[in-house]
Design a protein around this ligand. Structure first.
Ligand code: MEV
Length: 315
């Protein structure tokens, strides 16, 4: 028997980095998914295969997860813990297939984590989104201790959410939000960028805490703008958020250029995710989508993303 589950990637509309220090962030799941297919193996092994690499663990040998440095160890951990939970003596294989490019801030690792957790657990029972999310965040933190849990939460629930370490609020937004995602093609490592921001915070405690307050206000305003479907104001707030991200040095020259091109016609543009490369998002509607795409296509690969309202899906 095979167990298949898929989960969407995400963009962060407001609050990346500051969310790690308790500020609320606003996230949106997008229509690009990762699918995980699991099946039990007679041999006592865990095997994980994906386009970006493969990894294997012999459950009977003395080698343990600690010796594995690749980020793929996350999936070995998910599989091993699930086998233990259900007292299963067999091994398991997980195959990951992705529509979300890795390392560009679109939440591919969190989506993979949510999909893999649901797919392996689904060999035994179909768990709720809440239960899967709890396990996925716990697993993600074995490789990335500082992960806020925001990316996995929006991937599990879909739609738009406001996320803080205190929990998830689903945002009741049923309009069509059109975002253009443009790729800087600079691959980043979220963990490294997050730890650089921690250094910045440690050196500038007072400034950083003022910035957290400003970001919180920005997020409150953004929630009001979403309620009123006020794209113009939402875009302005996105551009203000970009200025904050520039102040904490997570922008790059390439990103600045993309922001400049996107800002010519869209309502607003900013980094999405950790920065240090990765992608930007710009907010558009029918009146400016074509013009913004034309401007961005001169300097990058880009596409229009829509909201995924479903989140985690069992197939
Ligand atoms: C990464 O997509 C978002 C960050 O805020 C890190 C996190 O929330 O775990 C940079």
């Amino acid at each position: 028997m095979k167990s298949v589950a898929s989960a969407p990637g995400k963009v962060i509309l407001f609050g990346e980095h500051f969310v790690v220090y308790g500020v609320r962030a606003i996230l949106c799941a997008i229509d690009k998914r990762i699918t995980a297919t699991s099946q039990l193996l007679d041999e006592r092994k865990i095997r994980v295969r994906s386009e970006i690499g493969s990894v294997e663990l012999d459950l009977d040998s003395s080698s343990n997860l600690g010796s594995i440095t690749s980020f793929m160890k996350l999936f070995l951990y998910i599989a091993r813990e699930t086998l233990k939970e259900f007292n299963e003596e067999k091994g398991v294989e997980i195959v990951l297939e992705s529509e979300i490019p890795a390392g560009i801030g679109l939440g591919s690792s969190s989506a993979a984590c949510v999909a893999a957790t649901a797919s392996v657990a689904g060999l035994f029972e179909k768990k709720s989104k809440e239960e899967i999310l709890k396990k996925a965040i716990e697993s993600e933190r074995i490789i990335f201790e500082d992960a806020s849990g925001a990316d996995s939460s929006v991937s599990a629930f879909g739609g738009l959410i406001a996320y803080s370490k205190d929990g998830v609020e689903k945002i009741d937004f049923k309009n069509n939000l059109s975002l253009i995602i443009a790729n800087s093609k600079q691959v980043h490592n979220t963990r490294e960028v997050v730890s650089r921001v921690r250094e910045f915070k440690n050196k500038n405690e007072k400034l950083f805490s003022e910035m957290c307050e400003q970001e919180s206000k920005l997020v409150e305003n953004a929630l009001l703008s979403l309620k009123r479907n006020d794209l113009r104001n939402l875009g302005l707030l996105m551009s203000k958020n970009q200025e904050m991200l520039e102040k904490i040095s997570v922008s790059t020259e390439k990103i600045d250029r993309l922001i400049e091109m996107a800002s010519k016609m869209s309502y607003g543009a900013k980094i999405t995710g950790a920065g240090g490369g990765g992608c930007i998002i710009s907010l558009v509607d029918q009146s400016n989508v074509v013009g913004t795409l034309e401007n961005l296509e001169k300097v990058s690969d880009c596409f229009v993303a829509k909201i995924d309202y479903e989140g985690l899906r069992y197939l």
